[in-house]
Design a protein around this ligand. Structure first.
Ligand SMILES: [Zn+2]
Length: 319
């Protein structure tokens, strides 16, 4: 795993962040300093549909709450679908460039996820939703999977197609697959979906009998999220509409006819927490210790507690 100092990683990402901040200005009402009200809609808890919300904090114009019934953290109000779509169309997305700049780090993360899938699913057709330039699919293909991807960004989709993957440049519900899928993967995508229930049910219908859904999502249980709260990059105000804890993703999975086969956490964010503990900016402080924090706790300890920054979950159909 990457042991580069947070400052080094985040300075590279600052360019993209600044472009996104400039893009966001158009959505802010100067009178209130928050988003224009007509862009937003109120909603009940996206998982249990009740209104038992506990206010947490504001972050970059977004209001985050937690459902006291099922534990999910979510944006309320949230951008209406048409505005969210417009936002993504104009957003400067360099995901494939970030992955290319940080190759070893992503290869490790992707390999770990693929191993978790291969422990339960028979090798066959694998679909990556939001596959970007197809870096994960490259890995799956070389491991013997037949690879499919869904990617809305045209440039990214054509990159992935050129590498021999079958890519659909459209929404998932517009695609027809000829054969059932053994695995459907969503890498850092599910937290962007307002209605996870609809997607999980749609995906279930596409799976073979022993097929699985794989999710990598930021974890609301992570120590970094709990310690840094609104200072944590997990909370961005617009894009990350639903942040799941283990309890809340399990509840949603069961509701949609899945059970959790495995859950592991990845990424410690120890350097980020060390900066914060030094009263510095978590992402731009000067700490170079990315190995241990609080006098000796390390990344292994963090993942043993399932308190790493992201969860990798394998969901299988309930028998
Ligand atoms: Zn709820």
């Amino acid at each position: 795993m990457s042991s580069r100092a947070p400052k080094e990683i985040h300075e590279e990402r600052l360019k993209m962040h600044n472009a996104n901040v400039a893009n966001r200005v158009q959505y802010f009402d100067p009178k209130t300093g928050s988003f224009y009200e007509n862009l937003l809609e109120e909603r009940p808890c996206p998982t249990c549909k009740t209104n038992h919300e506990q206010f947490l904090f504001f972050k970059d114009g977004g209001r985050y709450v937690k459902c006291t019934q099922c534990d999910i953290v979510y944006l309320n109000p949230v951008f209406k679908d048409e505005n969210l779509e417009k936002y993504y169309r104009t957003n400067h997305d360099l995901q494939s460039e970030i992955v290319a700049n940080d190759g070893d780090f992503y290869t490790n993360i992707y390999s770990k996820g693929l191993r978790a899938i291969e422990r339960v699913a028979p090798k066959g057709n694998i679909l990556d939703i939001g596959c970007s330039a197809g870096i994960f699919l490259d890995l799956a293909k070389s491991a013997g999977w037949k690879t499919f991807g869904v990617e809305l960004n045209e440039r990214e989709a054509s990159y992935a197609t050129a590498k021999g993957h079958t890519i659909y440049n459209k929404f998932l519900n517009e695609v027809t697959f000829e054969a059932p899928l053994e695995a459907i993967c969503l890498w850092d995508v599910f937290e962007h979906l307002k209605d996870g229930e609809v997607y999980l049910k749609d995906m279930k219908a596409l799976l073979s009998e022993k097929g699985v859904v794989f999710l990598q999502i930021p974890s609301a249980d992570s120590l970094a999220a709990k310690m840094l709260r609104e200072k944590c990059n997990m909370y961005d105000g617009i894009e990350h509409v639903n942040l799941y804890s283990y309890k809340s993703i399990e509840k949603l999975a069961l509701k949609c006819g899945f059970e959790i086969e495995s859950c592991e956490t990845v990424i410690g964010e120890i350097g980020v927490m060390n900066n914060y503990l030094n009263y510095d900016d978590p992402y731009f402080g000067n700490s170079t210790n990315t190995k241990t924090f609080l006098g000796g706790l390390d990344e292994k300890w963090l993942h043993d507690q399932k308190m790493g920054y992201k969860m990798q979950l394998v969901l299988r159909k309930k028998g």
